[in-house]
Design a protein. Structure first.
Length: 127
């Protein structure tokens, strides 16, 4: 197993019995920032309303003139960009070995399953 070269500062803090490293702080801060950005994007912006319209009813969105295929392309591109960012953030804190993605895959599938069954409040309606 080979360690990936460090790209974050090598610092650690203790909070009682918990050790927090700079990797934890940077990754958690980035994830929280992206979550806040996506909440604002989906609930406030025109693009968020467009995405909601397309995913509520693709046929209805197409009937009012929205380019459904372009929206799908944007979403797939954004998903790929988020996956790449996740890889960049995850690489420095994992070791390089043949089945290194298994633990991420299992935890990611569990998170997707739990998040998919959760009920989130409906976004604000346009006035």
């Amino acid at each position: 197993m080979l360690p990936f070269p460090r790209i974050f500062p090598d610092r650690a803090w203790t909070l009682g019995d918990v050790v927090v490293t700079s990797d934890n702080v940077i990754v958690s801060g980035t994830v929280l920032g992206l979550m806040a950005l996506l909440v604002v994007l989906f609930n406030v912006t025109r693009l968020g309303r467009l995405l909601q319209a397309v995913f509520q009813s693709q046929r209805g969105a197409a009937l009012i003139g929205l380019n459904v295929n372009a929206v799908h392309g944007i979403v797939w591109g954004a998903g790929a960009a988020l996956a790449a960012l996740g890889g960049v953030l995850l690489a420095p804190i994992t070791l390089l070995y043949p089945d290194m993605g298994v633990w991420v895959l299992v935890r990611g599938f569990a998170a997707m399953t739990l998040a998919g069954s959760a009920r989130f409040p409906a976004p604000c309606s346009a006035a």
